[in-house]
Design a binder for this molecule. Sequence first.
Ligand code: FES
Length: 159
Amino acid sequence: MIGGVVALFTLYSSLCTNIMPKYVAGLIKDIPSGTRKIVELAERSIGIFNVDGVFYALRNLCPHQGGPLCQGRQTGFLEAETPGDFVYTRHGEMLRCPWHGWQFDITTGRAWIDPERIRTRKYSVSVESGEGLAAEDIPSAAETYDVSIDQQYVVIDIP
Ligand code: FES
């Protein structure tokens, strides 16, 4: 354990390097493959999805009528080159809004119905070591969390 308590939902951007503010969203072990975690960061509700070991983060706000998009069901695609020849692809990469069923691509945040015009905000996600986080300057904190150097954390960039 590194020197005490560090922030979970913490802005730890280094002001001197001029990078986008980053927030620690939790331990990667708490978001195993096929699961999600919804967090409140920078006054926004954000859903973090682990799709086969790759993390994605989307705004938990449907552009249709403001539904809690990230609480929706995860699905894939059912495709057919010829009638009756179905293939299920992109397992877990589609998200269906729980209010009216609009579907979104988790990897892009874009709506299946009109991907060029309709989307929810997608955030950049990285995995960082506790050792690296402990070395960062932490100018503010909303909640506290023990950061361990032998753990890996999900970090989200929020402009
Ligand atoms: S609010 Fe999401 S589909 Fe209507």
